[in-house]
Structures are given as structure tokens and as C-alpha cells.
Design a protein around this ligand. Structure first.
Ligand SMILES: Nc1ncnc2c1ncn2[C@@H]1O[C@H](COP(=O)(O)OP(=O)(O)OP(=O)(O)O)[C@@H](O)[C@H]1O
Ligand SMILES: [Mg+2]
Length: 246
């Protein structure tokens, strides 16, 4: 463990917080309780793995803390600020600057190269060409893809695509990265490499990760494990070894 990681471990800020978070979907007039009164706090530098069976509410929870979706009731706080009173424009800005997202299916833009995919969020922010290019090159090096920068996603393996997606999620320097089933389309070895990468980025850059998965193998990368069952969140999971890296 280097300086950065020790620094990281001692940070106690309530970077991300959910209070009494409830989501009720309506299906043909019938309520579906996807999340019930969920309480959650993640300090800066945390690496939380959320387990739970299919349909338990994991993606719903992630979409709420990503401020992509709004809860039926309850509150999500980002850096201590309540989000329910913020406009769509303010939430969009928050998503662009503070939160990075990684998906199961990578969600890369097929006509862009790996480097252009990673560059894209910086283009949206209007950052200048020369520092932008330098940052993309550094980020690609960080995830071990310098040699493949010009390839399109279709010419990359699943693990390489997910590393592009992780680089894209991190390029704007977000404080929080949220990942929904990031290893689901990967074999176990490649999935392990992707998790190693996320954990290293967590340690070295003090980025808070919340990773949702139903893959028990992912749990061993957690600093903290949480479980969702029937829309209820409970601390502690039943797999793996907490804080294996320290
Ligand atoms: N848009 C929606 N409309 C209605 N019901 C929904 C909607 N999205 C999710 N649900 C329901 O909410 C519950 C939680 O779904 P969610 O997608 O959060 O589960 P999950 O834990 O991510 O499952 P999986 O592991 O299969 O991805 C499920 O009962 C699901 O059917
Ligand atoms: Mg899901």
C-alpha cells in the first residue's frame, strides 16, 4: 500500500449517502416495491460490493445513487448535498463531473476508437485539445491499453472493452464510480483482471467504487460488502474476504 491508499483509508467524508430510499414501480396499476427504506453511506475511498439475487433491486439502487432515476421517497446526498431538490440540469452536471458509470455491456460507441471513446466525456466538457489528448493517453496507459488505442470496440476482447469503459468512466476525475455487473460478460479470469484494475484505481486515486454484482467472485475485492434482498439493504455479505488488499 502506498501513500495514496493510506490517505484514502483515513478519509471519513460522507461522499455518497442514501436515506430512507424507496422505489415503487407501477406495473398495470399494481405497485412493485423495488427498494424499501434503504440506508447507505459511502465515505471517500470506499470500495463497496453489493450482492443480491436477480430482481432484488440492485440496478434500481445504482440508478438512484447515480441520480439517473429519482426515488419514490427518500433522499440521495452527494457530497452532503440533497439531490431531490435539484433540477434535471443540475443533476446532469453532477453526473458529468462527480459520477462515472461502468455497465455490464460496456456501452462503448462502436464507430469510435478506444481512445476516442475515452476522450468523449472530455469533449462534452469542452476541454482543450492538447491537455485532453495527453490525459487520454495517460488514462489508456493506466488501464494497459496504449497499444490498442486506435482499435474500435469490435476489434477488442470483452476484458479490453471493459477496460476502455473504466478509462472512460475515470477520465473526468469523478469521485464516485458506479458499476453494474461489470464482469457479467467476462470469463472469470478476465473478470478478475477487471476487478484488480478497479481496486488498484480505488487505492491509487482514492476514487469511491460501488460495484453491483451477483457474481460471488467479485466480493473478495470489497473493502465493504452489502447485500440487497427483496429491496432491503443489509450490511455484510456471505462471500469472500473483506479488505484482502490491506
Ligand atoms: N422499469 C421498471 N418497471 C417496473 N418494474 C421494474 C422496473 N425496473 C425494475 N423493476 C422491478 O423492480 C425489481 C428490482 O429490479 P432490479 O432491476 O433493480 O433488480 P436487480 O437486482 O438489478 O436484478 P438483476 O440481478 O436481474 O439485474 C424487480 O422486481 C423488477 O422486476
Ligand atoms: Mg440489475
Amino acid at each position: 500500500m502506498g501513500e495514496a491508499s493510506r490517505f484514502c483509508h483515513f478519509r471519513g467524508e460522507r461522499l455518497l449517502e442514501a436515506s430512507r430510499l424507496t422505489k415503487i414501480y407501477r406495473v398495470g396499476g399494481e405497485p412493485v416495491y423495488a427498494l424499501r427504506d434503504v440506508e447507505f453511506v459511502a465515505p471517500q475511498g470506499d470500495f463497496v460490493v453489493i450482492n443480491g439475487p436477480s430482481g432484488s433491486g440492485k440496478t434500481t439502487f445504482l440508478n438512484l445513487i447515480a441520480v439517473i432515476d429519482r426515488p419514490t421517497s427518500g433522499e440521495v446526498y452527494i457530497e452532503g448535498e440533497p439531490t431531490s431538490t435539484q433540477s434535471e440540469g443540475q443533476l446532469a452536471a453532477l453526473r458529468k463531473t462527480t459520477i462515472g458509470l461502468v455497465f455490464q455491456s460496456f456501452n462503448l460507441i462502436p464507430v469510435l476508437s478506444a481512445a476516442e471513446n475515452v476522450e468523449y466525456p472530455l469533449l462534452l466538457q469542452g476541454s482543450e485539445r492538447s491537455p485532453r489528448r495527453a490525459r487520454v493517453a495517460a488514462m489508456l496507459a493506466e488501464v494497459g491499453l496504449s497499444e490498442l488505442a486506435r482499435r474500435r470496440p469490435s476489434a477488442l476482447s470483452g476484458g479490453q472493452r471493459q477496460r476502455v469503459a473504466i478509462a472512460r468512466a475515470l477520465i473526468t476525475g469523478p469521485k464516485i464510480v458506479l458499476a453494474d455487473e461489470p464482469t457479467a460478460n467476462l470469463d472469470s479470469e478476465t473478470g478478475g483482471a477487471v476487478m484488480d484494475l478497479m481496486r488498484r484505481l480505488n487505492e491509487e486515486h482514492c476514487v469511491t467504487f460501488v460495484v453491483v454484482t451477483h457474481d460471488p467472485a467479485v466480493s473478495k475485492y470489497a473493502k465493504r460488502r452489502v447485500r440487497i434482498l427483496d429491496g432491503r439493504l443489509e450490511e455484510g455479505g456471505d462471500h469472500g474476504m473483506v479488505d484482502s488488499a490491506s
